[in-house]
Design a protein around this ligand. Sequence first.
Ligand SMILES: O=C(O)CCC(=O)C(=O)O
Ligand SMILES: [Fe+2]
Length: 318
Amino acid sequence: MAIPVVDLASIINHSNEDDRKKAVNEFGKACLEFGFLRIINHGLPGELITSSREVTEKFFDAPIDEKLECKPVSSILPAGYGKMNGSFGCNEWLMVCQPALGFNVFPSTVPHLRETLEEVYMYLQNLGTMVENMVNDYLGLPNSFLNQFNDDRSKDVLMCWRYPPVAADDSNKIGREEHQDTNCFTFLLQDDAGGLEYEKDGSWIPVPPLEGSLVVNVGSTIQALTNKKLVAARHRVWKPEGRTRHSLAFFYNIGSEKWIEPLPKFTDEIGEAPKYKGFIYKELLEARLKKERNPHTLREEVLNLEHFAIPVDDCNYC
Ligand SMILES: O=C(O)CCC(=O)C(=O)O
Ligand SMILES: [Fe+2]
């Protein structure tokens, strides 16, 4: 199986307890074995998926001056338009934050852009809370433990990406270098260009587009909290030849001041040594973004969770 597919209909429709348990188990097992999966019947309406694609494409097609007017107004959460350059490609993005914060900036020239993307944001934020609760139950944590631990929803972000096309003879076709997401869970909608791959047991597995489905992946924060019981799968994106690629990635995050360390349930309570030192979430996220957005950074310099790994020799248990 290239990538597991989990049907969430019984969760969305509040079916009977047995069906819910079945879906929770399938979802949890896929997170445990792959860290990368697809979900169907996830509650995000098909028309909203289609319209979000249409409006984001229109936005990116707009003249550069109009896009540059969507400059971020907040340095804490830089919602708005941006473009990368340098070693991490030259992708464009539009970042959408929690609508209630008032940081979102959109051009007035693309009708329905704000309503559509903010609606997608709210759907995916609720889905994040639901998925977090499913993983909570699968792992046998106390009722709603993860939801309560991760109760600050102000840092969740929706990133709309446009990858530029490459020529067939281009020597560098990578659109997004291999990486693990730092957050808790990511939900991804991709258009029909393909190009996404994740790593499983040392091999790169393609994740071809499947209309209506959402790709979910586990992030490094969950990896740290579960002491590596769940692992954040590495993934990367190839740019398509002769056409653009669009994707929407929703990052279900955690508060930036939150202290992250392996939970006792996965360490002391089962006699296992912690594999990571504790850290404040922003130490990981900010250091990583700073490096990633610097065009002179080499791929191996980008900070990831392994920066906080406890070498086996240093542990008190061994
Ligand atoms: O565009 C994609 O398909 C993946 C994007 C991604 O991995 C990310 O934004 O972290
Ligand atoms: Fe990612």
